[in-house]
Unconditional design. Structure first.
Length: 133
């Protein structure tokens, strides 16, 4: 069964609503931050901006301590962040969400490692307190 068989060939015709673009698709800003702003407001924009821009900004502090694999993971996150910013495909870009989580994980692991070794000034506050005890 398929097109031309019951129930598709009955009635007003085949459903074309899946194939037509909506009116709103013509005016899409192709910028995920603008989309969050007009759909959810300023507080959601601030939260989303912090969440997405935190890893690359914070990673600059630890860049000299990262190995090749960690630098590659963070670079892939920046690539996918740029790709999502240009295309506006945040909802369907699962690689971006994966590399966001990976970047946050890489940074937190590096912070813990530095807290236990040579650089307590780069460690998170809770690790510095535990080292003092």
């Amino acid at each position: 069964r398929g097109v031309g068989a019951f129930p598709i060939d009955e009635g007003a015709g085949a459903p074309d609503w899946l194939l037509r673009k909506t009116e709103g698709a013509k005016h899409y800003p192709h910028n995920i931050h603008l989309e969050v702003l007009y759909e959810s407001g300023i507080f959601a924009l601030l939260a989303f901006s912090f969440l997405t821009l935190f890893p690359p900004i914070y990673a600059l502090r630890y860049w000299a301590y990262f190995g090749q694999a960690e630098k590659a993971a963070l670079s892939l996150y920046v690539f996918y962040l740029t790709s999502v910013e240009i295309s506006g495909s945040f909802a369907y870009e699962y690689e971006f969400q994966f590399f966001l989580a990976l970047a946050i994980g890489v940074i937190s692991i590096k912070r813990r490692e530095l807290a236990k070794t040579q650089e307590p000034s780069l460690a998170p506050l809770d690790a510095r307190l535990s080292l003092q005890e």
